[in-house]
Design a protein around this ligand. Sequence first.
Ligand code: DGL
Length: 273
Amino acid sequence: MMSPIGVFDSGYGGLTILRQIRQYLPSHDFLYLGDNARAPYGPRSFEVIYAYTLQAVEALFERGCKLVILACNTASAKALRSIQQNDLARWGDDRRVLGIIRPTTEIIGSLTISRHVGLLATAGTVQSESYNLEIQKFFPDITLTGMACPMWVHLVENDEYDSPGADYFVRKRIEGILRLDPKIDTLILGCTHYPLLMGKIVKYTPAGVRIVTQGEYVAQSLVSYLERHPDMDACLSKRGTCHYLTTENPEKFKESATIFLHEQVEAEKIELK
Ligand code: DGL
């Protein structure tokens, strides 16, 4: 039976993670699910994000996935722990759900010199304090300043990330976070949608401030997870395929996913409940 690695995001952002993971694991099969009909998750409450994320994880389990990556910081921050503690057991002991916050927090100490780090993310991720808690575990000497960027996901989901209007919103948040802590030398893009705004983010970030995206670290961490869990890896099917599910219009998904992935894809519509 096929057991692809499930990759979930509220929308298209997780595709930036999927692209990197596939470069490291080209033979594995993947099943991507974007809950585009209900994106963005960023401003939603803990209860709603938990309920939606659980529905998505269960939909991926029902389609044969044994391992699911929450390629969404908001879902990782708000729902991962609850799903692991309350829900996984119902599915037997061979299913796993992993988030994407830890891989970045584990290495951030080797990237900052000033020990002042900025986090640009959704309101949900910033308010959850997940990055702060994780970073404090590994690097208690680091000061983290978070800033929610409420418009950024909308710009990406609506194909406006390259428009002149996007400059205003990108500049506002970068200047805002550097005003809060001028000593920041490292900025984490803690939302999987944000790499699409990279051109503009670089434009407004002073030279000398490093911009950190997650894809590479998440991919390396997944490779190492599979090396440490050969039983899980043995269950995963390896034909190099990737299928896409969306809760919205598959034609629109196809069009936007092409921009994220630089390749043509087909998508199937599913309902989550
Ligand atoms: N891409 C998701 C993240 O990494 C969130 C986008 C949203 O608000 O739905 O946080």
